[in-house]
Design a protein around this ligand. Structure first.
Ligand code: AMP
Ligand code: ZN
Length: 303
């Protein structure tokens, strides 16, 4: 008799331990010595083999950045709650934000403290890396465009956990804060660079106009307006044989939204604009594995 342990996911999804060995995309990646499942949906760990590719990918991304970056600055997986509030993240994506709570001191000895014993701290889990950057320019006028190369662990409380949709994942982001025209041009030049990069890496992809998963009553309007204004494009490709396509990277214009929220001015042009080019690192590695197979020794040199 086979017994399995069911684990209830964030969206009520059940996954069973038998998934780890079955002939399915996750099972195949576990068998190929790439992934280490945790038994909890959307939470995976990674083998040294997977991390070898991750390291090479990071090097390739560093050399793709035209601003001569020495490599990414690494940011903590938590960010001050005040910064996320100032960016108005929870107004658009309350369903994705993960919070950090601590036990009240007088309940520390309780064997099973209840929810009332938990109090929110002054940090939340980072939903994206670029929220660690804008606060660094807050409340000032910058005279030159700023460029950032940043990486970090992110958390999103995703409702589903199909392979590639993690709750904890790493992101590499290139970001600019600049004048309006420069921010648009920078985003478009990164799209061209990204297309060339993915082609060189042997990936087959499409570029799709997209929107963020806005929540709540204004969500539909925000979604359609984001698409109409071409604010977001995604690089979509399969992560495994049964995958019709997953966003591996996104190129985003925020217009002056974050400049306004963080009171950043640009020269004599008023509020600064910003753009970011975000790479989902685990998703990119999964796309590379899908394209080049299980035997790392057979892979093209670039990765
Ligand atoms: P976004 O800010 O939603 O455009 O996300 C930037 C990139 O992060 C995406 O293109 C994905 O590659 C990656 N990403 C976003 N959400 C997840 C997730 N739940 N699991 C893994 N990667 C993700
Ligand atoms: Zn970003």
């Amino acid at each position: 008799m086979v017994t399995t342990t069911a684990v209830r996911g964030p969206g009520g999804l059940d996954t069973a331990d038998e998934d780890r060995t079955a002939d399915n995309p996750l099972g195949r990646l576990v068998a190929g010595d790439w992934l280490l499942p945790s038994g909890v949906p959307g939470l995976l760990s990674f083998t040294p083999k997977f991390e070898t590719v991750m390291e090479r990918l990071q090097t390739v991304l560093t050399s793709t950045d035209p601003s001569d970056s020495p490599g990414p600055a690494w940011f903590a997986p938590v960010v001050p709650r005040a910064n996320i509030d100032r960016a108005e993240y929870s107004e658009s994506f309350p369903h994705l934000l993960g919070t950090v709570h601590a036990l009240r001191p007088n309940t520390l000895a309780d064997a099973a403290p209840d929810d009332d014993a938990r109090v929110p701290t002054d940090v939340v889990l980072a939903p994206a890396v670029c929220y660690s950057l804008y606060p660094r320019l807050a409340n000032r006028v910058i005279e030159e465009p700023h460029f950032f190369d940043a990486a970090g662990y992110c958390y999103r409380h995703e409702a589903t956990s199909e392979l590639g949709r993690f709750r904890s994942f790493r992101m590499r982001e290139f970001v600019t804060v600049a004048g309006e025209d420069a921010a648009w041009q920078w985003r478009d030049s990164w799209m061209a660079r990204c297309e060339a990069l993915f082609t060189r890496l042997g990936l087959t992809f499409s570029v799709q106009s997209a929107s963020d998963p806005f929540f709540g009553p204004g969500g539909r309007f925000m979604r359609s307006s984001q698409v109409e204004q071409n604010l977001k494009y995604e690089f979509v490709m399969p992560l495994h044989g049964d995958d019709p396509g997953t966003a591996v990277a996104s190129a985003n214009c925020h217009k002056d939204h974050l400049g306004e929220r963080f009171a950043i001015g640009f020269a004599d042009q008023g509020t600064a604009h910003s753009s970011c080019m975000a790479f989902g690192l685990e998703r990119t590695v999964l796309a590379l594995i899908h394209a080049h197979g299980d035997r790392l020794a057979d892979w093209p040199e670039l990765v």
